[in-house]
Design a protein around this ligand. Structure first.
Ligand code: SIN
Ligand code: FE2
Length: 223
C-alpha cells in the first residue's frame, strides 16, 4: 500500500484532472471500460488519498454469513460503508468499532463526476485490498437501496481479472483484465450482472511497493 517516494505529489494538483470530453469507453460484457483514465501521477495521488482513508478506517477481513472469512481486506469511506458480522452484511453508518467512515477521496469523486452520467454524488466508496492470493467470489451488487444507480469501479496496482456473467447466477462468463488506472462503469442492463475477481497478476504494476491490488467502488447506497 505504500506509495514509492516522490510519487505523492504530481503536476495535476489543483487542476481539473481529466481532459473533456473523455474518450469514449470500450464496451465490455455490458460495462463501460475507461482504460487508463488515471495516468500514473493521478494513480499515485489517488493511492495517497486511499492511504488517508485507511488511517481512519483500517482494512478488515470480514466474516460473511455461513462463517467464511473473506480473503480481501475491506474498508470504506462516505456516509455508508459495507460491512459484515455475525448479524449479516449490510451498509452501515459507522465502522464496526463505532467510528464514522472517513470522507470519500476527492479524486474518486472527480472520477464519478466524469464517468457516472448521473447528477447525484455517491454516498459510499468501498475499498478492497487484494494480496496476490486474495479473491472475490461471484456476486451481484444488490445491497444498495436503489439498484438503478451505477457502480463505478477504479483499479490501482497489479492487474486483476474480473469475471463477468449474466444477471442470474451460473452460466457463461467473460474475463476482463483491469489494470492500474482503469475505470469500469457498471450500469444499465449490466448493473446487476454477477462478477468476481478471480486472479491477480502480481508484479504487473509498480505503483505499490508490495504486490497487490486496490479496487475502489463508488456507489449510491442510501435511499
Ligand atoms: C467488487 O465487485 O466488489 C470488486 C471488484 C474488483 O475488485 O474489481
Ligand atoms: Fe461487486
Amino acid at each position: 500500500m505504500e506509495a514509492k517516494p516522490g510519487q505523492e505529489r504530481d503536476a495535476h494538483d489543483g487542476a481539473a484532472p481529466f481532459a473533456a470530453p473523455l474518450p469514449a469507453p470500450r464496451e465490455v460484457a455490458g460495462f463501460a471500460l475507461h482504460e487508463a483514465l488515471l495516468d500514473r501521477a493521478l494513480q499515485a495521488r489517488l493511492l495517497e488519498e486511499v492511504r488517508e482513508v485507511l488511517r481512519a478506517a483500517p482494512l478488515r477481513r470480514y466474516t460473511v454469513p455461513g462463517g467464511r472469512r473473506m480473503s480481501v481486506g475491506m474498508s470504506a469511506a462516505g456516509a455508508l460503508g459495507w460491512m459484515s458480522d455475525g448479524a449479516g452484511y449490510r451498509y452501515a453508518p459507522a465502522q464496526p468499532d463505532g467510528r464514522p467512515w472517513p470522507a470519500i477521496p476527492p479524486l474518486a469523486l472527480e472520477v464519478w463526476k466524469a464517468v457516472s452520467g448521473v447528477p447525484r454524488l455517491p454516498d459510499s466508496c468501498l475499498v478492497n485490498h487484494y494480496d496476490p492470493d486474495a479473491r472475490m467470489g461471484m456476486h451481484s451488487d444488490r445491497d444498495e437501496a436503489c439498484l438503478d444507480w451505477p457502480v463505478v469501479s477504479i483499479s490501482l496496482g497489479d492487474d486483476g481479472q474480473l469475471r463477468v456473467g449474466g444477471t442470474e447466477r451460473g452460466g457463461r462468463t467473460q474475463a476482463i483484465w483491469l489494470r492500474s488506472g482503469d475505470v469500469l462503469v457498471m450500469s444499465g442492463a449490466a448493473r446487476l450482472a454477477y462478477h468476481g475477481l478471480t486472479r491477480l497478476r502480481p508484479g504487473t504494476s509498480t505503483l505499490m511497493r508490495a504486490p497487490g491490488r486496490v479496487n475502489l467502488t463508488l456507489r449510491i447506497a442510501g435511499p
